[in-house]
Design a protein around this ligand. Structure first.
Ligand SMILES: C[S@@+](CC[C@H](N)C(=O)[O-])C[C@H]1O[C@@H](n2cnc3c(N)ncnc32)[C@H](O)[C@@H]1O
Length: 262
């Protein structure tokens, strides 16, 4: 049996009772560290705390494992029970839908145990699910790569009078094979895109495209570390949010912006 289990948004204690029972019954446990990250971090003692509470060794499934070695995880689930843990909800990223489809094609039994996800950002700021358009992702710009495919999507949403949930990138440095500590790869703290970086990138794209879709006066809601004790939810214009300290790129702050219609 393959269990795909959501961990929720806070720390290791946000697993559901149903999820915990399943983890404890499994022979092998993986935690996915590619599409989202534990807010308490793999670089700190997060993994140890998880293993202590769950009573199982936990293997980190990084990008390489999720993309290229998923078949290994699935073949283990043929003979024994395997848990695949996902931060937030398992279906908050398409990668996991793919895993379920592949498992079912192999004739494996699959059980999904849901949990809170970043989609809770939609209601947490007081806006209504019914008033949202397409969700977008904002990637980190580099000197030579400044993608703006999200821009027409925000434009369309705003023309329809709908909000846009903007998911902000997380940059994970893949650990090198030499960086083993206690027999495990050592993960450096990830870099979370801050709300300030996202707003500056959004404004740059507006300037380049000149479509008058939004500007520094546009009302937004900035959400950092949703579901954690130190979460922040602040509404204001883009310009005003640039003056708010939401935490820096290393402060385990997953961040979102809800851009509201005019
Ligand atoms: C693919 S999505 C979410 C997947 C995850 N499985 C879920 O259901 O929440 C990943 C993005 O969600 C956002 N995110 C995840 N957890 C968050 C949190 N606690 N607070 C704010 N944003 C979060 C970040 O922008 C991150 O880049």
């Amino acid at each position: 049996m393959l269990y795909i289990i959501g961990l929720g948004l806070g720390d290791e204690r946000d697993i559901t009772v149903r999820g915990l029972d399943a983890v404890r019954s499994c022979h092998k446990v993986y935690v996915e560290a590619y599409t989202s990250l534990l807010s308490f971090g793999l670089a700190s003692d997060g993994l140890c705390r998880m293993e202590k509470l769950y009573g199982r060794d936990v293997v980190v499934a990084d990008r390489e494992m999720v993309e290229e070695r998923a078949a290994e995880i699935l073949s283990e689930a043929v003979d024994c029970d395997v848990a695949f843990l996902v931060v937030g909800d398992p279906f908050g990223a398409t990668t996991h839908t793919d895993l379920v489809v592949r498992a079912k094609k192999m004739g494996l039994k699959v059980k999904v145990i849901h949990n809170a996800s970043v989609m809770n950002a939609i209601g947490a700021c007081g806006l209504q699910l019914y008033r949202y358009g397409e969700t977008i992702s904002i990637p980190f710009f580099t000197d030579s790569w400044r993608p703006d495919s999200f821009y027409p999507k925000i434009q369309k949403n705003r023309q329809l009078g709908l909000h846009t949930l903007c998911l902000l990138d997380i940059r994970v440095k893949e650990p090198s094979l030499e960086s083993l500590c206690r027999g495990r790869k050592c993960y450096e703290p990830p870099k979370y895109m801050t709300i300030h970086i996202a707003i500056n990138q959004l404004l740059e794209v507006e300037e380049t495209n000149g479509g008058s879709v939004y500007n520094a006066e546009t009302q937004c809601v900035g959400i950092a570390r949703l579901g954690n004790d130190d979460q922040m939810i602040v509404a204001g214009s883009m310009k005003e949010l640039l003056d708010i300290d939401f935490g820096d790129e290393t402060s385990s702050s997953n961040t979102d912006i809800n851009a509201s219609p005019k």
